[in-house]
Design a protein around this ligand. Sequence first.
Ligand code: HEM
Ligand code: HEM
Length: 172
Amino acid sequence: MHRYPQITIAIHWLTAVLVVVAWFTAVGGRHARTDPSYVHFTVGLAVLLLVIPRLVARWLGAGPRIEDPQKRWLDLAARAGHTVLYALLIALPLSGWYAASRLGLSVSIFGIGLPSLATPVQGAPGEIADLHETGGTLILWLAGLHALIALWHQFVLKDRTLERMNPLASPD
Ligand code: HEM
Ligand code: HEM
């Protein structure tokens, strides 16, 4: 198989858009308590919801085969990079949910209220909230690097990597 399944491709691009929207709608510092962004919460939790079927599809072996088995190191580097991205796609929504709970904010997705993950505090929401803020920007940098590497694969190495995620490419 050359391409990812359509469902994986759809989730990949939807997730990319949601991560960017989550970044733009994020509210930190003292405003996080007084004027929180519920769009940020919903969009961020949607990322968590989408990563689950995506990982299940991956574990079921729905990924394309390695294009060039001669370049094992490139394959290993890609796997390591994708693992970090997946880890952030799970850790960010969970740490954000935790941070919101510490700030005493109620969290819901599409109108469905979710339980609080921590006891609310009066002061700063703590280290996990700090890590969430740093990780939230880190994922954007990593995704930018990931996109550049994908373009390098496609146009310099010419190994058709980008086509594997292209929803419009003809199936083969
Ligand atoms: C926030 C934005 C993004 C995130 C979180 C993200 C995440 C990921 C992850 C986790 C994978 C691994 C899929 C798997 O093997 O299960 C992947 C694959 C891929 N991504 Fe992204 N991505 C983002 C944006 C982009 C952009 C902007 C591009 C293109 C310019 C891109 C191109 C690709 C390609 C071509 C693959 C397939 C790589 C391969 O088969 O080795 N991604 N992405
Ligand atoms: C992919 C998902 C997410 C990304 C990329 C992301 C990104 C960010 C960023 C960059 C900040 C810092 C904003 C600033 O300092 O101005 C932030 C803050 C925050 N986010 Fe997220 N976030 C995500 C998911 C979530 C979710 C799901 C929730 C809650 C359910 C959440 C709750 C919060 C809260 C409460 C803060 C403020 C923390 C504080 O002030 O200490 N985030 N987020």
